[in-house]
Design a protein around this ligand. Structure first.
Ligand SMILES: C[C@H](O)[C@@H](O)CC(=O)C(=O)O
Ligand SMILES: [Mg+2]
Length: 424
């Protein structure tokens, strides 16, 4: 392998004004502007060879993540790709355990989001160098892991016959953001049904009567056999979650997502226990900040669906550990992807889970939201409500330079126009 020394890291604050139309809204994030801290790595070997990575945020605060990426960049610039990937564990620890910077973490919050952005760019760079899509290089080292060994047989078939032809099952959240009107909800849901969607997630948690009305409407539209999930984005305390969800049980949701504080492992365990007789599971993970949290959730039987996130934890490195733990506990992985760039990234992880780890589609699906894909060089491909494996080498999060420039905050033309309108 060529050395590919990283000679430059740039990071930009890119925001999309999604709050104007209430895309992405939920019971806690009522006005999200889908945003990213967007990282580009340049190498000394070839001007065209770059690594692209990002982490997702919802608007204000992206500038803090950008600062954290800048602070970590000194640990990356000057390293060769070969040095990094020949001891990737060491490099991960270098970023997450820096003797001075770990005080502002460790492995949580802004610094962890920044770590994810950088590591996502490194994985992208590595995949481009190898000329492969991410799920292929990940096939190595099966020899020492019994979980991986168990499913070696059938890998080719799962990839070539199933994934390339049919794709990985997806569900949609795009029909029922909390700020959408009933009319919008009805229209989007009917369109989604016509496009072949069978699994739908509805935002809940702000007002019980609204939730009853919206869930009833969606259940009527999708019929009894399609799947419904509900997501409260941490709005309730533990007892409130149990009471509230019990009142929504008649709509037969498969899961309640983020019912309470994302750090309350035992609270989630109580909710899981109380809702099990109603056939409702607990899903969480989009704000679960590291593998140790997932370990606690799994050990305490506090979740029934593991929602990995490509930007919340330390990139592929940490998500591999979480995917393996989920397999050990026999809990399905159903990734979170509500945000800009998350579908593009997480599709690689869920394909790896299916091909190399779980070998099962039972109770498994990957979230899809139909926003902002047009800003990516290799946008996700959805066919008949399934993710079709990406073909271009890399981790799929390179953005169109024109989009980045237009949406850069605060000086891009989109934001200048919004500021102007505000002044009028
Ligand atoms: C603020 C985001 O849109 C959030 O609501 C996404 C989410 O919870 C999900 O997709 O799940
Ligand atoms: Mg959610």
């Amino acid at each position: 392998m060529q050395e590919n020394k990283i000679i430059k890291l740039t990071v930009r604050d890119v925001r999309f004004p999604t709050s104007l139309e209430q895309h992405g809204s939920d019971a806690m994030h009522t006005d999200p502007d889908y945003s990213v801290a967007y990282v580009v790595l340049e190498t000394d070997s070839d001007a065209a060879l770059k690594g692209y990575g990002l982490t997702f945020t919802v608007g204000r605060g992206t500038e803090i993540v950008v600062c954290a990426v800048k602070a970590l960049s000194t640990l990356v610039v000057g390293k060769t790709l070969k040095e990094i990937v020949s001891d990737f564990r060491g490099f991960y620890r270098l970023l997450s355990s820096d003797g001075q910077m770990r005080w502002v973490g460790p492995e949580k919050g802004v610094i962890q989001l920044a770590t994810a952005a950088i590591l996502n760019a490194v994985w992208d760079l590595w995949a481009r160098v190898e000329g492969k899509v991410r799920n292929k290089p990940l096939k190595t080292n099966t020899f020492e892991c019994s979980i991986l060994l168990k499913v070696v047989c059938g890998k080719k078939n799962r990839f070539h016959t199933q994934m390339l032809k049919e794709g990985y099952p997806a569900y949609t959240t795009s029909c029922a953001w909390l700020g959408y009107t009933d009319q919008q909800l009805t229209q989007l849901c009917s369109e989604a049904l016509a496009q072949g969607w069978t699994k739908f997630k509805v935002k809940v948690g702000a007002d019980l009567q609204d939730d009853i009305r919206r869930c009833s409407l969606i259940r009527k539209l999708i019929g009894p056999n399609n799947t419904l999930m509900i997501d409260a984005n941490q709005r309730w305390d533990v007892n409130e979650a149990i009471t509230w969800v019990t009142k929504l049980a008649e709509f037969h949701p498969l899961w309640i997502e983020e019912p309470t504080c994302p750090d309350d492992v035992l609270g989630h365990a109580s909710i899981s226990k109380a809702l099990a007789p109603l056939g409702i599971g607990v899903a969480t993970g989009e704000q679960c900040h590291n593998r140790v949290m997932f370990k606690q959730f799994l050990q305490a039987a506090a979740l029934q669906f593991v929602q990995i996130d490509s930007c919340r934890v330390g990139s592929v490195n940490e998500n591999l550990a979480i995917i393996l733990m989920a397999a050990k506990f026999n809990v399905p992985v159903c990734p979170h992807a509500g945000g800009v760039g998350l579908c593009e990234l997480v599709q690689h992880l869920i394909l790896f889970d299916y091909i190399s780890v779980s070998a099962s589609l039972n109770n498994r699906m990957c979230e899809y939201v139909d926003h902002l894909h047009e800003h990516f060089e290799s946008p996700t491909i959805i066919r008949n409500a399934h993710y079709i494996p990406p073909k271009d080498p890399g981790y799929s999060c390179e953005m169109l330079e024109e989009s980045v420039q237009k949406h850069q905050y605060p000086d891009g033309e989109v934001w200048r126009a919004i500021e102007q309108q505000g002044k009028q």
